[in-house]
Design a binder for this molecule. Sequence first.
Ligand SMILES: Nc1ncnc2c1ncn2[C@@H]1O[C@H](COP(=O)(O)OP(=O)(O)OP(=O)(O)O)[C@@H](O)[C@H]1O
Length: 366
Amino acid sequence: MTALDAHIVVERSGFRLDATVQAAPGEVVAVMGPSGAGKSTLLGVLAGLVALDAGHVRLGDRELDTAPRPRVRTTPSRRGIVLLGQEPRLFPHLSAHENIAFGLRAHGATKQVAAAEADQWLWRVGLDGMGSRRPAQLSGGQQQRVALARALATSPDALLLDEPLTSLDAETAGDVRALLHDQLTATRSTAIVATHDAVDAVALASRLLVLEEGRVTQTGRVREVLAEPATRFTAAVAGLNRVEGEVRGGRWQRDHVVLAAGDAASAPSDGTAVAAVFRPSAVGIDRTEADTWTGALRLAPSVVEGEWLARVTRLEQTPGGVRVRTVDPEVAVDLTADRAAELGLAPGLPVRLRLDAGDARFVPLG
Ligand SMILES: Nc1ncnc2c1ncn2[C@@H]1O[C@H](COP(=O)(O)OP(=O)(O)OP(=O)(O)O)[C@@H](O)[C@H]1O
């Protein structure tokens, strides 16, 4: 497998993508970002479907694209890169077996070799005995397995996956994710996976690149990025709260919220911008007297360490109970359903939140 190295600049009216993406041989890199961040554009450039305005795409020792000068552009079929999207895009008139064999034949395999390898791949993706079915006779998950087999069978130098599990139900997505993991590992594929789901990043990738508004806002090992999110988007992906504040008097502070932060107190000097990062389940919540609520936000009568007033904006069901969302600072609080019922929480109600500084990590803002 080959290393990928790209600096991608694409200019559109109202949007500019300027991102560097690299993957070592056999490495799987996840790309996450909000809708419209440029993930599909980035994969499109790598696949040769979207033209570079500036930068380069290198795969191993081959320069696939450069721009603006010299302008080099390698057509999709000659890049050694395969793109697998949300939809399997199989040939509807060919059987599963023929779909896989077609790709092999296109890469120069003889009819016999292609047929034998397609059999092998059907077995590898758990579709033994289903080779004669056409796509319409297969479930969405089975079609995606065929598409994966077709993509990997030709041993591409790099594989691009654009939200490959999005159109599948949760259970099927879990099965296909496990298969993807096994096959990416077995084939030592260099792969870039664009996904909305942190589970994909954790399960499939060793590195995570976060793309926001066309720019890379964070990159690093998946667990490290999720543990120390640099932006609100990444914190939300990691299921964490992230509240930006600053160090004052050796303590982390944001308006009326004060935390005696071990790290913040020892390291940065006053005025340093630091984000407090904490789990929704670490936050305590209580109803508060309405008369301490002025309609303004968080008008705490006095500064109480680790406590603040907030207002409920939304309640969401979670597998473990209820997630309460508050405003300014925006915080998510997880609690059990019976505790939520006992508190009688509803949107608009003022609440008192509590956080032990020991439950927060303090991440200096870059
Ligand atoms: N063919 C196109 N022509 C012009 N603008 C486009 C085109 N395709 C996408 N865009 C714009 O480029 C930006 C990036 O889009 P892109 O599809 O790459 O984002 P994304 O991160 O993949 O989003 P999503 O997660 O919703 O798929 C958006 O502002 C989008 O509106």
